[in-house]
Design a protein around this ligand. Structure first.
Ligand SMILES: [Mn+2]
Length: 459
């Protein structure tokens, strides 16, 4: 028996605002669908971020619908979880995958964490999983994983599906430490990390198939090294330790991402050879070009680059390492594009919280289109999500605080005027004491933690 494992297809992503890039993501997906059918797999697992956003465009939905229909017509079941991109902040909101239930997609959700199919039962296979769960809810995530581990007991083949970061693979952006994960499964069908990873873990293999297209330009490095595509997992040819056999199926991406540093002194000759290399390519590439060393007039160099490169690249993204621009470079780094969205996310990095960046990006989107009602709704939902449950506690504290102030005032009034310098100190101390006494300081801390926990480099 064998299955296909893929993830992070991000359908509908219009990278750099370019429709050609949106099409690239679709073309790669279509190619993957054909290969899945060629491989005659018994089922497919998609580990989240099927779509770029939780409310995909009709185009993105249509591309997926067509692909899924082909897979269904070949008699192949499709199991999926929602990733962080497929999830709306609001609780109980449905991910777009739910639309495709009648076309053969089984959504693994909090309500249906286990896939119930006669084929799986006949072959003694357990598939269980959870949609993406944010870092502030790691205790919930851990207990769900442990429940699934218990429920998988007694099955001969046990598969866990999840869309999370693990500290071992992304040390600065994870929800799970590797030691949090139950070791009882034979296959960990992971999503979220965009590089390809195959590791031995627990009683089998832990696998991130990675993104199917280059979603951030720095993913080009892993593409060159490990390729992109999906995995075919063969469960019948186990080795002595019952580890499944995992084979990569590579897809050649339609467009190159080129990263080039050029010294200003060699600008003309380097541009010449770069130009002839680009002319040899089938499709116009995305070019990240850095001009460095030496003093030069940025706008003159930009004009020259634009003359030569604008026609032969789909997009070129220049960086100028000129002493005059050092201050700007603090904001515009190598892997950051000039899109307002990216700059906004970059400038909010200190919050270290993906939800805040998402909020800002959402608000930018709606406010820049004068959609004030939508903006209000977005802000209200965010407030509700973060503070709804703490509101009562806050009110209590505020009430207590105003009472303290009154008390302090009364005390002060009864004292000599020369002591008034200490007023604010006394006030602070007594406030702290009261907050501790009514035990709500932990709740405040939790809501504070929520802001700090999730990291911004979301995938
Ligand atoms: Mn992703």
């Amino acid at each position: 028996m064998k299955f296909a494992h893929l993830s992070d297809t991000h359908l509908g992503y219009r990278q750099y605002g370019l429709i050609e890039r949106e099409d690239d993501f679709y073309n790669v997906f279509n190619e993957i669908v054909d290969k899945i059918i060629d491989e005659r797999v018994d089922f497919v697992i998609h580990s989240g971020d099927l779509f770029e956003i939780a409310k995909p465009s009709p185009n993105a939905l249509l591309i997926f619908q067509e692909g899924l229909m082909k897979i269904k017509e070949s008699g192949i079941p499709f199991f999926a979880i929602a990733g962080n991109h497929d999830t709306i902040l609001r609780q109980n909101a449905l991910p777009p995958q739910i639309l495709f239930k009648k076309l053969g997609l089984t959504l693994i959700s909090p309500n249906n964490p286990i896939v119930n199919s006669s084929f799986l039962r006949e072959n003694d296979i357990f598939i269980g999983g959870t949609p993406y769960i944010s870092k502030s809810q790691t205790p919930l995530l851990k207990s769900l994983l442990n429940d699934l581990s218990k429920k998988s007991e007694g099955f001969s083949k046990r598969i866990l599906v999840a869309h999370q970061g693990i500290d071992k693979y992304i040390p600065f952006d994870y929800e799970l430490e590797i030691s949090d994960i139950p070791t009882s499964f034979n296959y960990y069908a992971m999503g979220h990390v965009h590089n390809r990873i195959i590791d031995d873990f627990g009683q089998g293999k832990l696998v991130y198939p990675g993104s199917t297209e280059i979603w951030r330009s720095n993913e080009a490095i892993d593409y060159k090294k490990n390729g992109k595509g999906f995995y075919i997992v063969d469960t019948s040819e186990n080795d002595a330790e019952n580890r499944f056999d995992v084979d990569p199926i590579n897809i050649e991406l339609p467009r190159e991402f080129i990263s080039k540093n050029i010294e200003y002194g060699k600008l003309d000759s380097e541009l010449n050879s770069l130009g002839s290399y680009i002319s040899s390519l089938n499709n116009k590439p995305i070019l990240n070009i850095t001009i460095e060393k030496g003093n030069f007039n940025t706008s003159d160099v930009y004009k020259k680059l634009n003359n030569i490169l604008s026609k032969i690249t789909l997009m070129f993204r220049p960086t100028f390492r000129n002493e005059e621009l050092i201050i700007e470079e603090r904001y515009i780094k190598d892997n950051t594009s000039l899109e307002p969205k990216d700059l906004l996310v970059e400038s909010l990095k200190s919050f270290d919280n993906e939800d805040i960046s998402n909020l800002a990006v959402d608000l930018l989107g709606s406010l820049s289109k004068d959609k004030f009602e939508d903006s209000q709704k977005i802000a209200d939902l965010f407030y509700e999500e973060y503070f709804g449950q703490y509101e009562t506690e806050f009110k209590k504290i505020m009430k207590q605080e105003s009472k303290n102030k009154k008390d302090d005032k009364n005390k002060l009034n009864s004292k000599n005027k020369s002591h008034s310098k200490n007023k604010s100190n006394n006030e602070n101390k007594s406030n702290h004491k009261n907050i501790n006494n009514n035990n709500s300081n932990e709740n405040i801390k939790d809501s504070d933690e929520k802001f700090k926990q999730t990291t911004i480099d979301f995938k």
